[in-house]
Design a protein around this ligand. Structure first.
Ligand SMILES: C[S@@+](CC[C@H](N)C(=O)[O-])C[C@H]1O[C@@H](n2cnc3c(N)ncnc32)[C@H](O)[C@@H]1O
Length: 278
């Protein structure tokens, strides 16, 4: 079993080599230890010290370690205040502006979508609050994640009640069917979301997007260099005037970017309307 001092020392050694940052892992480190313990057993290695040597001798193992460090926690309507702000301010503004310009589609990207909780929350929110107000505007959501298991779970659309406990009860009743212990999302909500397996460090889906959610991933786990490169890419994928939402406890790297705060408290940003880097 990995002791905490041994685990901390190992993470502080390996994370910078993966372009990841230790403070992001402080709270979830025990989850990583469990996976590391399993990996040590598979490789029949007695300690993290020997695993370090193994990594140095087997460069291919770094990709395995990278995957062990991907944290997959999510839930529907996570950070209620953020979704309320999207409902009350951001989505009405975007929908009115797109409708005024005769646009037929609003495009959203959920980056690091885990098991689909975040993009499906957006799909439910749209259907329950906006569809009848903006009948000519179609919603398309692209949701990406590096983890194929997460994407398969998302495509199944079946959830335990615990991951839905923050979602308004009325929406649960309308959007889900109870099947044994699970709640299954109805097809009409799923149809709006397209899932893709993608590593945000290497690829991003075709834009431009009117709203991008990149929460509890890049700005928690990756180092400054990667945060800057990915932020630039996110900004390139945003339509002028489009919104970017990051995690409530995250912050953007220092520097001048072509986005401005929309709600500083809720970590919602808006791409400057007069830039066209797409
Ligand atoms: C902590 S979860 C956050 C889920 C959701 N955005 C939320 O805030 O509830 C982070 C997700 O990012 C995914 N992820 C980690 N590294 C990634 C990468 N390089 N590219 C794309 N997704 C990644 C993980 O698999 C995981 O599902």
């Amino acid at each position: 079993m990995i002791s905490d001092p041994e685990g901390v020392q190992f993470l502080q050694w390996c994370l910078p080599r993966l372009h990841m940052r230790w403070p992001g892992f402080r709270k979830v480190r025990r989850q990583v230890y469990k996976r590391l313990n399993r990996r040590l057993r598979e490789l029949k290695l007695p300690s993290l010290g020997t695993y370090k040597t193994y990594l140095e001798d087997n460069p291919g193992e770094w990709a395995v370690l990278d995957a062990l460090c991907q944290i997959g926690i999510s839930r529907f309507y996570r950070d209620r205040g953020v979704f309320q702000h999207l409902e009350e301010v951001v989505l009405p503004h975007l929908a009115r502006s797109l409708s005024a310009h005769g646009e037929k589609e609003m495009r959203l990207w959920s980056a690091g979508c885990a098991g689909g909780e975040e993009p499906y929350t957006l799909a439910i929110l749209w259907r329950e609050r906006f569809e009848s107000r903006f009948p000519k505007l179609r919603l398309r959501i692209v949701a990406t994640d590096i983890n194929p298991d997460a994407i398969h779970r998302a495509e199944r659309g079946c959830y335990r009640r615990s991951s839905l406990k923050e979602l308004p009860a009325e929406w649960i009743r309308k959007a889900f069917i109870a099947v044994e212990e699970e709640l299954v999302l109805k097809d009409e909500y799923r149809a709006r979301v397209t899932f893709m397996i993608q590593d945000i460090r290497e690829r991003s889906p075709e834009g431009p997007f009117h709203l991008i959610l990149c929460r509890n991933l890049v700005f928690t786990y990756y180092d400054d260099e990667y945060q800057r490169g990915i932020l630039q890419e996110l900004s390139n994928r945003l339509a002028p005037g489009g919104a970017l939402v990051i995690g409530k406890l995250e912050s953007l790297p220092d520097g001048s970017w072509d986005i401005e705060p929309w709600s500083a408290e809720l970590k919602v940003y808006r791409k400057l309307a007069d830039t066209t880097s797409q």
